[in-house]
Design a protein around this ligand. Sequence first.
Ligand code: SF4
Ligand code: SF4
Length: 288
Amino acid sequence: MINIIKKFEHDNNVLIGVCDNSILNFKINKKTPFVSYTLAERTNPLLAFDKTKSIIVMATPYGKRLNFVPDNKKRAQISISAAGQDYHTKSRALLEKLMAEINQKTNYKIFVDTGPLNERALAKKAGLGFIGKNCSLITEKFGSFVFLGYALIDIFITPTQPAISGSCGSCNLCIEACPTKALSNNGMDPYICASYLTQSKQEIPERLKKGMHYIYGCDICQNACPKNNGKYISEINNIDLVMPEFKFLKSLTGKQFKEIYGGTAMFWRGKKTIMRNVGILEKNEDIH
Ligand code: SF4
Ligand code: SF4
């Protein structure tokens, strides 16, 4: 079994770890935005799938970085994680492919992003990396530029690796770079993180609007992280993918917005909220 998993990991350029079905070591300081599960549901695999014997956790690299300097006066930046095909689709397809290669009469449930269990805690337990001060999973091979997904499976697979005990040490670069002060040595306040703000439909306080530099998501703490240096696979050459012009965005009808962004991770939030963010960025950049 482990040979199949390791071959799949190599052939598909992903990271895969396996852990058992015991309760996750995870505490909630503040309820995660957009997540309605209870602490029990977030930590107990058996509540998500009562036949779970093992959990296969997969980290899929974004693998991309910009090869141009952003021009914030003309263009609106989108998080690299939301550029191109929606990662939910890609990660789920990879996990389904792995389940097919395991090729046994197994029962399983796959979750990508919207599942009940805390994915970072699962990935840490499965030995894929450590949780940095930016509150992201940091892997050795891809840094924090990874999407996480997992499969709960009803066969026992020996856990693959011991947990990695990396750390940030004395580095504080992400905390210093964070434009809304959402990060501190005590963790993250998710309700003032600019990435959350770009997705929230709530009224945003003026002081927080000034920390918004993306129309969807925010990559600032990840870009500041030295653990991400050189961890990309390819460069994004199409500037319009991650930095469409303000005037282009404002010219789009609902139908055109769907045609262009319908397959991306940004689309779920809807044109109205994205256009509100466009307005905030234009004001921040003093664009008239
Ligand atoms: S995503 Fe942006 S706002 Fe959120 S913690 Fe990172 S740097 Fe701060
Ligand atoms: S920037 Fe420094 S402190 Fe922040 S996650 Fe990276 S290594 Fe850790």
